[in-house]
Design a protein around this ligand. Structure first.
Ligand code: NAD
Length: 487
């Protein structure tokens, strides 16, 4: 007898228990070799006072089985509760969010009959690190952190995925025309990694035109790889355009652990009514079966599901009097899929996950690079200026600080407000004062941390409110900071 793969199962909240029961019933009928271990996460756990929604026993099971099939979770309203998905992604290192978007015409309404794309979204970095500060009465910031290993890992994953799943093109979306350092790194790493996969086409698009094209010409895309925030947005655009929000599954993949779920939420409005469509979770379970190397069962289930859809057996969310034959509830839909196990669709292209083709994709990024020569050459000192002291006056005051560092420019929200600024009404409450070791960036020379500490002490004596500093470095002589507009 085949050895069963242990998996952790969380039924979730709202419609979760109904769609999970239906899904597991189909998996069992298809003879998936799995041994489910049930854990309790979500609303009940939150309401018992656990702000993460995940008790210790649940972590223990997930870390042991390394595979989680999860129903949707209701995050209770009100402060203090942390998003369970974000906690899981971060704690388990689930760096890739993989969301296939497929259209199923004519049964699911869409303007585009041939959408078959996969979004690979970076899952751990970007503005989603949750590092936010209020710096002045009026100014808030969110830190966008992008690391080279993070870029390497997700982009490598996208290419490995493309190769394994026989896809032909990877499109990178970024906004590196504006964010030259963070998104610039993502784009650069994309070019480096793409060069290692000559068999797969690659292209880069600025995320705004890329998103417009997903909405207007989605059939041109194959695999898309992008940063966390853009990926979050385009995933919903693509699912909506494909019409498959209620049908799509997604995978959160790490090198050790993977989590599979539907993309929809817990639908409290229809919970307990046997009305929910289990297809999103079932499609996530198909992704899971491929991941745990049971491609034959995945193929059998996906084909039975496609056949059920094309036979017009539909739950209420996709039912239409013209195209559907029978409106069914959650459990009857599951039974209809089970009846069709072993059959292939005639209208849709049958699934065919090749045995042995999907060894687990593990990505660790590139080899560690040689350390660059890093030199401290200046500092940006951010000042809260609540009395709107004009920039000229501020500069005159700063000039009295006396330091090996020279005040070069004062900016506000990235725009030069001193010297020689022609801005009519500059925003003065949040000023960035840039001190460098030389005016000309070609003549920058190293300064010490002690020089910066001394400068900060002087500013304190002058009664200025320093809210933060950012050191200015060069790396092998290359600037590690952008020049202010007009610098
Ligand atoms: P939702 O996806 O739960 O519901 C939106 C609409 O789609 C509702 O009308 C619902 O009835 C319908 N719907 C959703 N899934 C369906 C299905 N399988 N079959 C038929 N109809 C379906 O989104 P929401 O109402 O914004 O969120 C409800 C709760 O779900 C919130 O607490 C939210 O935080 C949570 N949520 C959880 C996850 C997750 O666990 N991954 C994702 C999204 C939302």
């Amino acid at each position: 007898m085949a050895i069963k793969t242990p998996i952790t199962v969380a039924y979730g909240d709202g419609i979760g228990p109904e769609i999970m029961t239906a899904t597991l019933k189909i998996l069992e009928a298809a003879k998936a070799q799995i041994a489910p271990e049930v854990i309790e996460v979500g609303e009940k756990v939150y309401l018992q006072g656990n702000t993460t929604g995940i008790p210790d026993q649940a972590w223990e099971s997930i870390k042991r089985t390394k595979v989680l099939l999860k129903g949707p979770i209701t995050t209770p309203q009100g402060g203090g509760y942390k998003s369970l998905n974000v906690t899981m992604r971060k704690t388990l290192g689930l760096f890739a969010n993989v969301r296939p978007c497929i259209s199923y015409p004519p049964f699911v309404r869409t303007k585009f009959p041939d959408i078959d794309l996969v979004i690979v979204r970076e899952n751990e970095e970007d503005t989603y690190s949750g590092i936010e500060h209020r710096e002045t009465d009026e100014v808030y910031q969110c830190l966008k952190l992008i690391t080279r290993p993070g870029c390497e890992r997700i982009i490598q994953y996208a290419f490995e995925y493309a190769r394994k799943f026989n896809r032909h093109k990877v499109t990178c979306l970024s906004k590196d025309n504006i964010m030259k350092m963070t998104d610039g790194l993502f784009h650069r790493v994309f070019n480096e990694v793409a060069a290692q996969y000559p068999d797969i086409k690659s292209e880069h698009l600025i995320v705004d035109i890329g998103t417009a094209l997903i909405a207007s010409d989605p059939e041109r895309f194959d695999v898309i790889v992008t940063l966390n925030l853009y990926g979050d947005i385009i995933s919903d655009v693509a699912a909506q355009v494909a019409g498959s929000v209620g049908l799509a599954g997604s995978a959160n993949i790490g090198n050790q652990v993977a989590m599979f779920e539907a993309i929809h939420g817990s639908a409290p409005d229809i919970a307990g009514k046997n009305m929910a469509n289990p297809s999103g979770l079932l499609n996530a379970a198909v992704q899971m079966l491929v991941h745990i190397n049971q491609p034959e069962v995945a193929t059998t289930i996906e084909n039975a599901w496609l056949k059920t859809i094309e036979d017009g057996i539909h739950t209420g969310d996709i039912y239409s009097s013209e195209l559907s034959k029978k409106k069914v509830g959650t459990q009857e839909f599951a039974d209809a899929v089970i009846e069709r196990l072993g059959q292939k669709p005639a209208h849709f292209k049958p699934a065919d996950y090749k045995p042995g083709a999907y060894a687990k994709i593990e990505c660790y990024g590139g080899q560690p690079k040689a350390q660059s020569k890093k030199e401290l050459v200046g500092v940006d000192i951010f000042i809260d200026n609540p009395l709107d002291v004009p920039a000229d006056e501020l500069a005159a005051k700063l000039a009295t600080a006396g330091s090996p560092l020279e005040l070069i420019v004062i900016t506000s929200r990235g725009l030069k407000i001193w010297p020689n600024s022609s801005i009519e009404a500059p925003y003065l409450r949040h000023c960035c004062c840039r001190f460098q070791s030389a005016k000309n960036i070609k003549e920058l020379k190293p300064v010490s941390h002690a020089d910066i500490i001394q400068l900060l002490a002087k500013l304190n004596e002058l009664g200025l409110d320093t809210i933060k500093t950012e050191n200015l470095y060069t790396f092998n002589g290359e600037l590690g900071f952008t020049l202010a507009q007009g610098q």
